[in-house]
Structure formats: structure tokens, C-alpha cells
Design a protein around this ligand. Structure first.
Ligand SMILES: NC(=O)c1ccc[n+]([C@@H]2O[C@H](COP(=O)([O-])OP(=O)(O)OC[C@H]3O[C@@H](n4cnc5c(N)ncnc54)[C@H](OP(=O)(O)O)[C@@H]3O)[C@@H](O)[C@H]2O)c1
Length: 306
């Protein structure tokens, strides 16, 4: 993020996982897509608290401006740019706006995403196109528009994308388009990490994997989460619902630590989520292990489909 980042290369690679909690983000500039609600909005608020100047994007200008107004009222330096990440020209204009406003970009958080998991039995191609356009091309457009800026500014800074456990641990087969797009995002970011490493770059690449979080992702009526919570309460070992501001603290630490995998560790779960998602590590282990076994032994996917 800063020229002072802990970036010594060692046998672990480019030093991407070297933690340095003392790195100050004060005065840095972050661009966040999908910032009008949910995780993006909460992250904007947490970064503003750290003195980061912000350029926020989402499609619906009215909601975006209301988020910007709230942040300005709390003393943040922030501008909003209405942009559809599915459209490269919009993302390019977002990068131009960031440079015109603040003259630099240090953190690029490609967080915009849509849910949607159409059945494959009566494949609705429009829904698949929507998923690919926002969730996959949204990330690619962000990389294309912002990576050259990060590179010419000294090859440091952070470039993050929000994927999902849905696309990483096992296969969430009922939300096929969403899972596919989130899996594609992980692959893109892994490849970006490798390609920047090979190019000798010190840009921090990270993938945010939020737990189940109370946001507008499944609709603007947040009451829907009450029903989800009632369902989750019946399963003692299942996931729990986390608040966006808690996830934002994990993301802040991921930026400071220059982590590739930005998701709550057991320690962060205890400290930031009050231990509520204690079963997460075990759930991941079971799904990854089951997929690993099925791939190596050519057994059917049943044990890792969820
Ligand atoms: N909530 C969870 O449990 C969860 C779990 C894992 C991963 N995630 C991921 O977290 C990210 C943030 O989602 P959220 O949960 O915070 O949901 P959210 O509250 O619905 O936020 C999504 C944000 O993205 C914007 N957006 C959607 N499509 C866009 C587009 N094409 N161009 C620009 N902005 C767009 C939305 O505003 P407009 O609609 O006005 O554009 C909104 O600001 C997503 O990538 C999601 O897949 C969420």
C-alpha cells in the first residue's frame, strides 16, 4: 500500500504475507466498486476512519450519493462515480475520475457483484450473461483500467477482488452461475498474482472471501435475513450471519498484512466476530478434503456439493 510496506522477498515469495499492522493508510487513495451498500459501503467507512481518501462506485447514483453524503458528514474525503463494472468505458472513466480528483490510487477494491444462481435444467442464458458480465468482466475491466496506474506509480499498492466461499470451497451447485463466476474470479486473481510475481512487481493481490453477511445481495429488504437467521439457528455447526462492518475490519487487516486470502482466521473470528463463526475452519477443511479425494480417486462429487 505504501512505499514503506513490508515487502522483503524471502523463501515465501514476494513477502505478500508479511504482516505489518503499523502501516499507516492515512492519506492513501482507495477506489471501491460496489460501494453503495453492504460490504463495499462498510469497507469505505472503515477505510475513511483510517484517513483513506475514497472514490466509490455503483450503478445506482441515488444510493451511491446517499452513502457518499453519510461519509462526507463523518469527515471523510470521498467522491462517488456512477459506474457499471460490466461496461469497460465506465470503469475507465472511474479510473480517470480517481486520478483527476486525488492524483493517485493506492488500493483498488473490485467488490461489485450480483447474486443469481439459475437452474441449469432450464438454462436462462440472460442470467448467466449478467453474472459473467458483472462478476467476471467487472474484475477484468478493473484490472485493465487500474493495473497500469498501480504499475506506473511504483509497482506497489493493493488490488483486491471479492470472491466468495461459494466459488472456492466445494461447489455450491444450486447457485451455479454465481459459483462459476466466483470461482473464475479466484482463478483470475491467482493468475494475476503469479504474473505480477514473475514480472517482479510488488503490487499486493488479494481475494476477499466474506462469510455469510447481512447485505443487500439477495434483495433490498433486509428482513429476509431474519428468516435466514432462524434457519441457521437450527443448525449448530452451520454458518452464522456476520455484519458488514465486521467483515470490513478483516479486509482492512488483509490490506495491512498484504494477504492473498482475505477471510477471517480463527483468531479474527474470535476477536472481530465474537467467535460466532467458530465452525468455519472445519467446514472448509471437510469440503476441500472431499473435493481433493474425489479428484484424486475419481469418485463422484456428492460429498463436496452443497
Ligand atoms: N453478502 C454475502 O454473504 C457475501 C458472501 C460472499 C461474497 N459476497 C460478495 O461481496 C460483494 C459485495 O456484495 P454485498 O454482499 O455487499 O451485496 P450488496 O449490498 O448488494 O452490494 C453490492 C454492491 O455492488 C453494486 N453493484 C452490483 N452490480 C454492479 C455493477 N454491475 N456495477 C457496479 N456496481 C454494481 C451494488 O450497487 P448497484 O446495484 O446500485 O450497482 C452495491 O453497491 C459481492 O461481490 C458479493 O458477491 C457477499
Amino acid at each position: 500500500v505504501a512505499e514503506t510496506d513490508a515487502s522483503a522477498s524471502d523463501e515465501n515469495g514476494r513477502g505478500q504475507t508479511v504482516a505489518d499492522h503499523s502501516v499507516s493508510l492515512d492519506g492513501r487513495v482507495a477506489v471501491i466498486t460496489g460501494a453503495s451498500t453492504g460490504i463495499g459501503r462498510a469497507c469505505a467507512s472503515v477505510l475513511a476512519r483510517e484517513g483513506v481518501r475514497l472514490v466509490l462506485a455503483a450503478r445506482r447514483a441515488d444510493r451511491l450519493q446517499s452513502t457518499v453524503a453519510d461519509l462526507v458528514a463523518s469527515g471523510a474525503e470521498v467522491v462517488g462515480v456512477a459506474a457499471d463494472v460490466a461496461n469497460y468505458e465506465d470503469v475507465r472513466a472511474l479510473a480517470d475520475a480517481a486520478m483527476q480528483t486525488f492524483g493517485r490510487v493506492d488500493v483498488v477494491f473490485l467488490n461489485a457483484g450480483i447474486a443469481g444462481g439459475p437452474s441449469l435444467l432450464d438454462a436462462d442464458l440472460d442470467a448467466w450473461h449478467a453474472s459473467v458480465n458483472t462478476n467476471v468482466f467487472g474484475i477484468l475491466h478493473g484490472i485493465k483500467a487500474f493495473l497500469p496506474l498501480l504499475r506506473t506509480q511504483g509497482d506497489h499498492g493493493s488490488l483486491l477482488a471479492t470472491s466468495s466461499a461459494t466459488g472456492v470451497y466445494g461447489t455450491s451447485y444450486k447457485t451455479a452461475a454465481y459459483s462459476m463466476s466466483k470461482n473464475a474470479q479466484l482463478t483470475i486473481m491467482e493468475a494475476l498474482y503469479g504474473q505480477l510475481r514473475d514480472a517482479g512487481s510488488n503490487i499486493h493481490v488479494g481475494v476477499v472471501l466474506p462469510p455469510l453477511t447481512r447485505t443487500n445481495l439477495v434483495g433490498d429488504d433486509l428482513e429476509v435475513w431474519s428468516e435466514v437467521e432462524r434457519m441457521l439457528a437450527r443448525s449448530r455447526r452451520g454458518p452464522v450471519l456476520i455484519e458488514p462492518d465486521q467483515v470490513a475490519e478483516v479486509i482492512l487487516e488483509g490490506i495491512r498484512d498484504r494477504s492473498f486470502w482475505i477471510e477471517a482466521t480463527g483468531e479474527q473470528n474470535d476477536r472481530l466476530f465474537r467467535g460466532r463463526d467458530a465452525g468455519a475452519g472445519r467446514r472448509k477443511e471437510v469440503l476441500v478434503g472431499a473435493k481433493h479425494d474425489a479428484m484424486l480417486h475419481h469418485t463422484n462429487p456428492d460429498r463436496y456439493l452443497w
